[in-house]
Write a protein that binds this ligand. Sequence first.
Ligand SMILES: [Zn+2]
Length: 481
Amino acid sequence: MSVRIGLEIHVQLNTLRTKLFCSTPSDYHDKPPNTLVCPVCLGMPGTLPVVNRRAIEAAIMVALALNCEIAPRILFVRKHYFYPDLPKNYQISQYDGPGMFPYARKGWLRISAGGRTKIVRIRRINIEEDPGKLTYPTGSMLTSPYSLVDYNRSGMPLLEIVTEPDMESPQEARAFVEKLIAVLDYLGVCDHRKEGAFRVDANVSIEGGARVEIKNIGSAKDVERALEFEIARQRSVVASGGKVRRETRHWDPVRKVTVPIRIKEVEEDYRYFPDPDLPPIDVPRSWIEEIAEKMPELPDQRIERFVKQYGIDEYRAAVLVLNKRLADLFEECAKMYRDYKKLADWLITDFLRWVKDLGIDLESKKVEPIAIVKLLRTLDEGRISIRMAKELLPKVIAENLDVEEYIKRTGMEKISDVETLKRVIEEVFRENPKAVKDALKNKKAVNFLVGAVMRKTRGRADPQLTVKLIEEKLREIAREI
Ligand SMILES: [Zn+2]
C-alpha cells in the first residue's frame, strides 16, 4: 500500500542575539515569563517593526543549504487570526498567493534510509515571527481552569520549511528530519535541543486517501513513531471498510498515539495581505553570493571529503557526519591515529552505544581525543585484549581515562607471558578433570577450558595464546594415556 508523507517543519533561529523585528534579546529559554519583551514584540499600538538583517542572512543560508531558489525580494504579509498568544491578532509571515510569495522555494535535500538514497523536494520556506506561548497551570489544556501567556517567545525568528509529499515511509521521514537537523547544526543557526526550537507537523495519506495532519511532533524519533501509529490506524480504518477522514490530529508522546483535534472541512481564511509597516527587502545576487562564500562545510560535502580523505565508506562517513560532534572527534583522533576504518568502527558502534547508555551529551561533554587514541593504541600493541578495551571504553568516555597510565597502575595488562599462562592452565586442568576428559574426545569442549582461564585471569589472558597452550597440553596428556 502506497504511503505519502510530507513534512512542515518550524525551525527557530535561536542562535542570533535578538528577535526578528526588535532588539529584544532572544535567549529567553529558562528566563522568567514576560521578562524579555518590548513594545514591538508585545504588539503595542504605534510601534513599528524593524527587520533583523542577521536573521535574513541566516534564513538565506538555510535556503542555500537546501538548494532553494531565492526570491529577488522578501515580502512580509499579515496572517490574521485571533489567539491570546498573538498580541497583534496577526502574525507577520509570508504567503504563496496572488502578489505574495515565500522567500525561498523549489529546493531539495538528499536523505539515506534503509540503504537507499533519495531526494526529497522542498516546496517552500517562509520566514515569520513566532507567537508567544500559552501555559496551563495543571499542565493540560483540558483540566486547567485558566491559561497563562508568556510573550518571551513572541517575535522570535522562525522558518517554516515545507516539503513535497516525497517520503514513502516513517523511516524516510525520520531520516529527513535528522538530516535537516544536521544541516542546521552545521550552519549554526538553530540549537535544536532548546525547547520549542524544532517542531514538526506531518501530513500522511495511504492509497491516495484523505490527508491527515499530525501536529507538533518534537523529535526525529517521534516523527517516525507518530507516523507508524497513524499509518497503522489508517490501514485498520480502510481494512474494516471505513474511510479515512481529512482531519488534524495531535501526537501524544506519552501514550504514543495520535488523537483527533479537529476535522478540517475547508482551509481557514487568514485574510493575508502585504504588511504596510514593512517595505519589501531587495535581495540582490551579490548579497546571496556574499552569504554563500561565508557558508561552512555542509554534511554532504563532509561525507564526500571523509570518503576521499580517510578512505572510509559512505555509510560510515554518513553516520559520523550526521552527528557533528562525533565527526569532529573522529577528525581530531585521526590526526594521531592512522587506522581510520578501525577508528570509525569504534566510534559509530561501541562509542555511540555507551554515549547513549551513559546519557552523555556530546555537545556539553568533551571527550578527549587522546584518551580514545590511547585506548586503541594499547589494543593494537597487544597490551590489552579486545574484551578489556570494551570494558575500559565507558571510563574513557565518562572520565577521559588514560588507559596507558591505568594498565600500568593496576597491572591490568594482558597476560601473554607463556610461563604465567601455563601455571593458570595447570590449575584449571586440576580443578576441572571432567572437562579435560571431554576435551580430549571433543574439540568443542576446549572452549570450556578457555573460558575458565579467562575467568581466572579476569579476561586478561591472551586468547590465541591460551588456546594454543591448552591444545598443546591436551596433546601431551593424550600421549601419556
Ligand atoms: Zn521586542
